[in-house]
Design a protein around this ligand. Structure first.
Ligand code: DGJ
Length: 729
C-alpha cells in the first residue's frame, strides 16, 4: 500500500520504492507539508518547531500561540490573502472584490489506479501500478472547495499532482492563479536547475544558487517555449550525477507556464508550478470546476542520474501512448534542409530514389507541398496539395515512394494561417487578432483561434482528408511562432484571461481526435525545432524535433539538457550536410551520425548531393543504428561529461540486464602531445566480465567503472567515439 493514513493524527504518507512524501491536517485543519525525500519511517512533524517570527501573523484560532503562522509553516497548497505572504498556489477574486482564501481540511479518499484529468494529458497507470490519494479542502466563507490529487507510481518513484477547484458558492469568482503543484521544503536545497535557451539553442542546462526572494522559470508565449522549459530541479550544492538528494518537477503542459521558487526569510524553499498566472483569469461560475494540468515529481537520493531514469521511464511507459510508444521508430529522411521550399515532385522523387538506396525507412516531405507556398509569406491554412509542385498528386507521390521501399511522411502546421491564403480570405475571423489593433506577425503568419470548435472541425476534416487521400505513415506537427493578441470573438464572457488555457485545451482536443482516429500514424511534434518540447505534447506525439540546430557540436549541448527529463527516444535528431546551415561549422559525417543516434535518428540532407564515399558510409551508419536501436531507446542513459564545461560530450547506454553497453560522444578540441583520456563507465554489473569490441582483453565491470575505458586519441576537432561493450561469454 503506497498510501497510508493515520486517521487520528490525520497524517498521510505516500511511499515509493525509494522516497516518502508526508502531509498532515493539523488541529486547525490547515494542511501542512511534512516531508519529501528519503524514506524515514516516522512522522516528520517533529521538525516543525517554529519561533515567534516578527511580522509573521497568526491565525485567529491560534489565540496566544504566536509561533503558529501560515507565513512560516510548510503548507501543502498555499492561498493568498490570509497571512501567508510567500508566493502562493491559489488566488481568487470573489464577487465582493476581496481575494482571500482560507482552505481547511474536509476529508480524504484513497483509490486504486491513477486519476485522469478532464481534457488534459495525464500520467496513466493501471490499478496494480498506481494509487490515488484525494484530499478535500474547503474555504467556508466562499464555499470554494479544492481537491488535491496525488497519483503514486511506487516502482518508478513518481508522484503526480493536480488540483480541482470547485465553486459551491452562490456567486461567480475569478481564479487568478491555480497552480498544479506547491512544494514546501526545508533548507536542504540551496540550488536549482532550469533549462533555458532560444530558437536553435534550446534547453541549456543552468544551475544556480537559490537567492533569497523569488526566482522563476516561465513562458508567456502561449507555448512551453524555446526560452524556458517546464521542468526544474531542486538540489543541494553537493549534488552530482551520482550523489546527493534532488527533486525534479515537470509540468505536463504545452502552454504558458510558471515555475517559481521562493527562498524565504527562514531559508525554507517553496516551489509553485502551474499555468502562468500572468495570462490567466478564469471565471468559475456557481457549480463549475477547474482542473489544473498535471505536475510530475520525483525524488532521487542518489543524484541526477537516477532522477533522469525515473522521468525517462514514466514518460516512455506512462505518458507516451499508441503504437510507437515503445516500438522501434523508422529511420527517416526529411526534405527541409535538402530543398527548403524549392521543389517539385520530380526533385522529391529523385531525392527519394537516392534515399532508398541508402537504406532509409521513411521519406518525409516537409514544408511547401500545399496551397501556394513558394515562400514563407503564404499558403498556411490551405491544406490541399499544390498541383504546380506535386503534379502527380499526393496519393501518387506516396505510392511512388512506397514502391521504392520507403514509407511516406508529411509536414503540417495546423495551428497557423497566412494572410495570403484561401482560408484567411474566407475566414479572417478565425485568426487571433484584437479588433482595431494590428496583430503581431511571426514568420509572417497569424495563429488560428484553437478555442473555436469550427476552427478545430476544419482542421480535423482537412487533416483527416489528407491522411485518407494517400498512404501517409507520419505527420510532423509544426508550430512556428509565439502567440499574443489574445482575443476570441467566440468567448462569450469577453474574458480573454481564459483564452491562453482554452487554446491549449483546443489543441489537445484536436490532437486527441486525430491520434485516436489514425492510430497507425506516427506523429512527431515540432515548434521551430524544440519550442514545444514538453510532456503534454509527448502524450500525443512520442517524439519531438529537438531543435532546428542540426550542428553536431551544438546538438550535444541541446541533447544533454533535454536528457535531464526527456528520454532519448523522444528526441528527433538528424544528420545534416556541412557546412552546417545554422552555424557554418564542419564536422565529420561520423561525428554527425554519433550525435544524431542519441535520439530518434534520421537524415536531413540532399541525398543526390552526396559523394561516393558518403554514399558508402551512410548505409553503414543506418546498420549500426539499427543494431543499437533497442539499446539506445530501451536502455538506461548516462551522462558521463558535461559538454557545457568539459572538452567532450560523452554518454553511455546500458541495457536493462547490463550485458550491453554503448559508449558514444565527441571530443571537441584536439590537444597536442597528451595522454589518452579515460572515461569511467557507470551502471555496469561490478561482478560481470566484459569485452570491448575490437579488443582482446577481458575487463571486469568494476575495472570499467573504477578505472574507466581508455579512449582513442582524438585526431582533429569534433572527434567522435563509439565503443560497444558486451558481457564476456
Ligand atoms: C520549423 C521546423 O523546425 C523545421 O524543421 C521545418 O519543418 C520548418 N519549420 C519548415 O517551415
Amino acid at each position: 500500500m503506497p498510501i497510508t493514513v493515520n486517521e487520528k493524527s490525520r497524517l498521510f504518507c505516500i511511499e515509493t520504492d525509494n522516497s516518502e512524501y508526508q502531509l498532515m491536517a493539523d488541529s486547525f485543519g490547515v494542511l501542512r507539508h511534512l516531508w519529501y525525500g528519503e524514506k524515514v519511517g516516522m512522522s516528520m512533524e517533529y521538525l516543525q518547531e517554529y519561533p515567534d517570527v516578527g511580522f509573521s501573523g497568526n491565525i485567529y484560532e491560534a489565540e496566544n500561540l504566536r509561533s503558529y503562522s501560515l507565513d512560516t509553516l510548510p503548507l501543502e497548497y498555499s492561498c493568498g490573502g490570509v497571512g501567508d505572504f510567500r508566493i502562493n498556489a491559489l488566488s481568487a477574486v470573489h464577487s465582493d472584490g476581496s481575494f482571500a482564501l482560507d482552505l481547511r481540511y474536509a476529508g480524504f479518499k484513497i483509490s486504486n489506479g491513477k486519476y485522469g484529468i478532464e481534457g488534459l494529458p495525464a500520467v496513466y497507470a493501471n490499478d496494480t501500478e498506481a494509487e490515488t490519494l484525494e484530499i478535500f479542502l474547503k474555504d467556508t466563507a466562499s464555499d470554494i472547495s479544492v481537491t488535491l490529487k496525488y497519483g503514486v507510481l511506487p516502482k518508478l518513484d513518481i508522484i503526480t499532482r493536480s488540483a480541482v477547484i470547485e465553486n459551491g458558492g452562490e456567486t461567480g469568482v475569478f481564479l487568478t492563479n491555480a497552480a498544479s503543484l506547491c512544494l514546501d521544503m526545508p533548507c536542504d536545497y540551496n540550488e536549482w536547475i532550469h533549462f533555458h535557451g532560444r530558437h536553435t539553442c534550446e534547453r541549456l542546462f543552468e544551475r544556480m544558487p537559490l537567492l533569497h526572494g523569488i526566482q522563476e522559470s516561465s513562458s508567456q508565449r502561449g507555448t512551453s517555449s524555446h526560452q524556458q522549459n517546464p521542468a526544474v530541479i531542486l538540489c543541494g550544492n553537493d549534488c552530482t550525477e551520482t550523489n546527493g538528494g534532488c527533486i525534479g518537477a515537470m509540468l505536463m503542459y504545452s502552454g504558458s507556464f510558471s515555475a517559481k521558487i521562493e527562498y524565504d526569510q527562514l531559508e525554507q524553499v517553496r516551489l509553485i508550478m502551474g499555468i502562468n498566472p500572468a495570462l490567466f483569469r478564469w471565471e468559475l461560475k456557481k457549480g463549475e470546476r477547474f482542473c489544473t494540468p498535471e505536475a510530475v515529481m520525483s525524488y532521487s537520493g542518489s543524484g541526477f542520474e537516477r532522477l533522469s531514469h525515473n522521468f525517462h521511464k514514466v514518460i516512455r511507459e506512462h505518458i507516451c501512448r499508441g503504437k510507437y510508444k515503445l516500438s522501434e521508430r523508422p529511420v527517416l529522411i526529411n526534405s527541409w534542409e535538402a530543398v527548403y521550399l524549392d521543389f517539385d515532385d520530380e526533385k522529391i522523387l529523385a531525392a527519394a530514389k537516392e534515399a532508398a538506396k541508402l537504406g532509409i525507412d521513411m521519406f518525409v516531405l516537409d514544408d511547401g507541398w500545399f496551397g501556394k507556398r513558394d515562400d514563407d509569406v503564404s499558403g498556411l491554412g490551405d491544406w490541399f496539395v499544390n498541383p504546380n509542385k506535386i503534379k502527380c498528386g499526393l496519393g501518387e507521390l506516396a505510392k511512388k515512394i512506397k514502391a521504392l521501399g520507403m514509407d511516406f511522411g508529411l509536414w503540417l502546421e495546423p495551428e497557423m494561417v497566412s494572410e495570403n491564403s484561401n482560408l484567411y480570405r474566407s475566414h479572417p475571423e478565425w485568426a487571433i487578432q484584437i479588433p482595431n489593433r494590428k496583430p503581431m506577425r511571426g514568420r509572417f503568419q497569424l495563429v488560428l483561434d484553437m478555442t473555436r470548435t469550427d476552427v478545430r472541425d476544419y482542421l480535423y476534416k482537412s487533416i483527416s482528408d489528407i491522411l485518407k487521400s494517400a498512404e501517409i505513415s507520419y505527420i510532423k506537427w509544426d508550430m512556428n511562432r509565439s502567440i499574443c493578441d489574445w482575443y476570441s470573438a467566440c468567448l462569450e464572457s469577453k474574458n480573454m484571461g481564459e483564452m491562453p488555457h482554452r487554446y491549449v485545451l483546443g489543441l489537445y482536443e484536436l490532437l486527441e481526435r486525430l491520434t485516436q482516429d489514425f492510430p497507425d500514424v506516427l506523429f512527431e511534434g515540432c515548434s521551430g525545432g524544440g519550442g514545444r518540447f514538453d510532456s503534454g505534447m509527448l502524450y500525443y506525439c512520442p517524439q519531438i524535433w529537438c531543435s532546428d540546430d542540426t550542428d553536431a557540436f551544438e546538438r550535444t549541448k541541446i541533447q544533454y539538457g533535454t536528457s535531464f527529463f526527456y528520454p532519448i527516444s523522444t528526441m528527433g535528431s538528424h544528420v545534416s550536410a556541412v557546412p552546417n546551415h545554422q552555424t557554418g561549422r564542419v564536422t565529420s559525417l561520423n561525428a554527425r551520425s554519433v550525435t544524431a543516434m542519441s535520439g530518434s535518428f534520421g537524415y536531413e540532407l540532399d541525398p543526390s548531393a552526396l559523394t561516393e564515399e558518403e554514399k558508402t558510409e551512410i548505409p553503414m551508419q543506418i546498420k549500426r543504428f539499427k543494431n543499437y536501436r533497442k539499446l539506445i531507446h530501451n536502455g538506461k542513459y548516462y551522462r558521463l561529461t558535461n559538454p557545457l564545461n568539459d572538452n567532450s560530450a560523452l554518454w553511455e547506454f546500458v541495457s536493462e540486464d547490463k550485458t550491453k553497453i554503448l559508449l558514444q560522444g565527441m571530443q571537441f578540441r584536439a590537444e597536442p602531445n597528451f595522454m589518452r583520456h579515460r572515461i569511467k563507465l557507470r551502471g555496469l554489473d561490478e561482478n560481470k566480465k566484459y569485452v570491448i569490441a575490437e579488443d582482446e582483453r577481458i575487463y571486469t565491470g568494476n575495472a570499467l567503472m573504477s578505472g574507466g575505458v581508455l579512449l582513442p586519441a582524438a585526431k582533429g576537432d569534433y572527434f567522435a567515439y563509439e565503443i560497444f561493450i558486451t558481457e564476456a561469454k
